[in-house]
Each structure stands twice: as structure tokens, then as C-alpha cells.
Design a protein around this ligand. Sequence first.
Ligand code: PMP
Length: 295
Amino acid sequence: STVYLNGEWLPLSEARISVLDRGFIFGDGVYEVIPVYRISERGVNVWRPFRIEHHLARLARSLAKIRINDPFNEVGWRALIEKAITLHAQQHADDANCLIYIQVTRGVAARAQVFPAHSTPTVMVMANSFTPPSALKREQGVAAVTALDERWLHCDIKSISLLGNVLMAQYAAERDALETIQLRNGELTEGSSSNIWVVKAGRLYAPPANHLILEGIRYRLFEELAAEAGITFEARPIPEAELRSADEILMSSASKEILPITRLDDRPVGAGRPGPVFAALYAGYQRAKEKQLAA
Ligand code: PMP
């Protein structure tokens, strides 16, 4: 596949960065992941990003929070993404979907923690194949485990410094679970790469979108979908006991869309089956995709 790196489009195997890149040395950068779906329009296949304007707004916010000048405006980013999609579609015509990965670091400079006086951000964009979760996962649900959230206090920044998340993802994998649900001071925060939702008595709850979690692009969308489905949503702290006594637990992310978590730490969640709130939000998500992608 082809990668955009600092103004050039290169085969993946030829895309190289300096060992002094601050992304490599310090994890000093941010990223974004945008799902792209193939639809048929008047008999022609076209690939369209989903909620791209929200992803680009979050990228701009992440960059501003770590004080990297945004190397592109929205038009510039959209052009790069379109090109990445076109190249991916040419090279993988059979792919129904892809994920656009964008990474921006503070660039190359002599190794010192303080920001360099002059540096040019390193910009990388690539497309990777992706398949949304299988029908089996949606019908049976998936397993999650819990662990202490040991990350820093700026989880709202989509930072490439993902060591805490990486360790939590591995923790789940070693326990045959798909996700680790993290708890900080006895309250739910989020998964290693997803937002977590709790259902009790037909109501939908999520932790407030503050500095302790990444506000997923699906976070605001689910608020809208819940309202459309007549499901009451409330953002508020969720104590561990409420997580463990939930009727349903859901996870959401660009690549997982929405999945029901039916086992938590080897115990069934609620009835141990995907529930009605999952079904309503999943249907709403697919409708939202169809509506926006056709527009
Ligand atoms: N939290 C974390 C820590 C994540 O890595 C992700 C996935 N990017 C999310 C939440 C969900 O965000 P989104 O819906 O934008 O994929």
C-alpha cells in the first residue's frame, strides 16, 4: 500500500522517518482513525469516510492541546484523505472498507524534552483494510475484563503515547477477552481503544467526556441515536458496582462500531445476551451510515 509522508506518496516499505523524530523518541504526537465504507451509487462503487468532519475537528483539537501548529486546514486534510482512499481503492478493489490513519508528530530535532525552537511536523497518512465485527460477535457478544486505569490525566488528547493502552490491550488478549474496561478511583473510564456504555433499566449511561477519557466520535453520535430511539441517556460517573450490575454493557469505536459485552471478568453481563439497547443503537448506527454516506 501507499503512504503519505511529508509531502510524498510512497510505497509503505519506502516510507522512512528519522530516529530523531519526536514521535519515535518521546511519543510527542497525535493521531486520528477515520472509517471509510464502500457504497454503490448508480451502479458505481464509491468509498466515503463516515463523520469525517468530526474526526478532523478532533484532530485539530488534539494538535492545539499539545501546541503543534496544524499543518493543514480542513480542505487540505480532506484532499489528502481522498487521495489515500483513491489509492487504496485502486490497490484493493475487493475491499469493502478501509480505515484512514493520520499521525502528526512535532518533527525532527536534537533530543531534548523541551519543544524545539524550529521544527516541521511529521505528517503521515495511510489507509488500511478493515472489516467491521462479524455477525457472530454481534449475536453472541464479546468478553471484557477489568483493570485499574493507570494512564495519565490527559486521556482526552488522542496521543500516540499509548503505552498504558497497549498494556491493557495485551492484558485482555492474554485472558481471551476483546477489551479491558478500565476503572479509576472506583469509577468506569473507558476501554483500551473504545468508549464503554452501561445500560440499566432501559437507560443508557456513559462517563462524562472529560479529561479522563477520549471522547469518541461515536460518543456524540450515540447520544443522538439514543434520543431518536427514545432511550434516555445520561453522562455521569459510573461506580464499579453499577458496571458489574449492568443489564447491558456496550463498547464503541471507529473499527468496532458498536459491540455488546456479554461477559465481564468471566461472569455474564445481565442475561448474558446482547440486549434491546444494543439492538436499537446498532440499527441506528447502520441507518446513520447509510444516510450520511449516500449524501
Ligand atoms: N477511547 C480510546 C482510548 C480510543 O482509543 C478510542 C478509539 N480511537 C475510543 C475511545 C473511541 O473513539 P472513536 O469512536 O472515535 O473511535
